[in-house]
Design a protein around this ligand. Structure first.
Ligand SMILES: NC(=O)c1ccc[n+]([C@@H]2O[C@H](COP(=O)([O-])OP(=O)(O)OC[C@H]3O[C@@H](n4cnc5c(N)ncnc54)[C@H](OP(=O)(O)O)[C@@H]3O)[C@@H](O)[C@H]2O)c1
Length: 255
């Protein structure tokens, strides 16, 4: 795939997975639209993308605002010609314990992780449909597969994101638009750093970005990794509820 002729737009590009993906696309010579709220941090990422061999444009946006995201996509298209690939990556990983249930936090998680991704899709889709080409990548999580104690809002947001992307995938394939849903396990990023929780098969963001880029290039429908945790998560999906509850009974994240 000749990335030097392609434009990738990444939301949540100011840190972690989004930053690592941006640099990885830069290494392949791509033009990269970098979206997130923190403009100064995005500028540093832009420097890394350019040092790696790519081109970068920074646009500060809050993905919860559909109008801002649409305007940002307009700026990226004006600079680089079009958006070939959207990576809807911006996300929040807040803990939402049932015993401290806070609807404002839940709303925030769903607004960023789910509606933010939908706003991003809405902003790129009309042009992709008109052109009859494009790829939309959603960064979901293995947490989409079942409900984890302490992560109800996060799991719900990712489960909804995965089913939303699945619907899109089936609908958009005849229009020559590819949809890829990625389900990462634990990745070492600011989101997971300092968590009081076991994180089996933890990967660094750079390795994760390389694996994800391979899945994007192959236009995989879904990609779950690392394979060890993905296998456990897939098996866990089929466990009867009573057994699942017993196994997870002591897994609450914070005391
Ligand atoms: N780390 C993991 O173990 C893991 C596992 C599975 C899935 N994921 C998913 O991977 C994605 C990236 O997570 P990460 O681990 O790289 O976390 P991270 O380092 O905390 O990055 C989150 C990114 O989202 C952006 N963001 C948050 N709220 C936003 C908003 N309202 N508008 C625009 N941008 C916003 C942040 O930028 P600003 O603060 O500058 O806005 C930041 O760039 C998330 O969707 C996460 O759920 C992560």
């Amino acid at each position: 795939m000749n990335w030097s002729e392609r434009t990738v737009l990444i939301t949540g590009a100011s840190s972690g997975i989004g930053e690592a993906l941006a640099v990885e696309f830069g290494r392949r010579g791509a033009s990269v639209g970098l979206l997130a709220r923190r403009e100064e941090v995005l500028r540093e990422v832009a420097g890394k993308v350019e040092a790696a061999g790519g081109r970068a444009l920074v646009v500060a946006v809050d993905v919860r605002d559909a109008g801002e995201v649409k305007a940002a996509v307009g700026k990226v298209s004006a600079r680089f010609g079009r958006v070939d690939v959207l990576v809807a990556n911006a996300g929040k990983g807040e803990i939402t314990l049932a015993r401290e249930f806070d609807i404002e936090v839940v709303t925030e998680v769903l607004s960023v992780n789910l509606l933010g991704a939908m706003n991003s899709v809405a902003a790129v889709l009309p042009e992709m449909l008109a052109r009859g080409a494009g790829q939309i990548v959603g960064i979901s999580s293995l947490a989409a597969f079942r409900g984890f104690p302490g992560s109800g809002a996060y799991c719900a947001s990712k489960a909804a994101l995965s089913t939303f992307f699945e619907s899109l995938r089936v609908e958009l394939r005849p229009r020559n638009i590819y949809v890829t849903t990625i389900h990462p396990g634990f990745i070492d990023t600011p989101m997971t750093r300092g968590r009081n929780q076991k994180m089996p098969f933890l990967l660094d963001a750079e390795r994760a970005a390389q694996l994800m880029l391979g899945a994007i290039e192959a236009r995989r429908r879904t990609y779950a990794f690392p394979w060890q945790l993905a296998t456990i998560a897939r098996v866990g999906r089929w466990l009867p509820a009573a057994l699942y509850d017993r196994m997870l009974a002591n897994a609450t994240l914070r005391e």
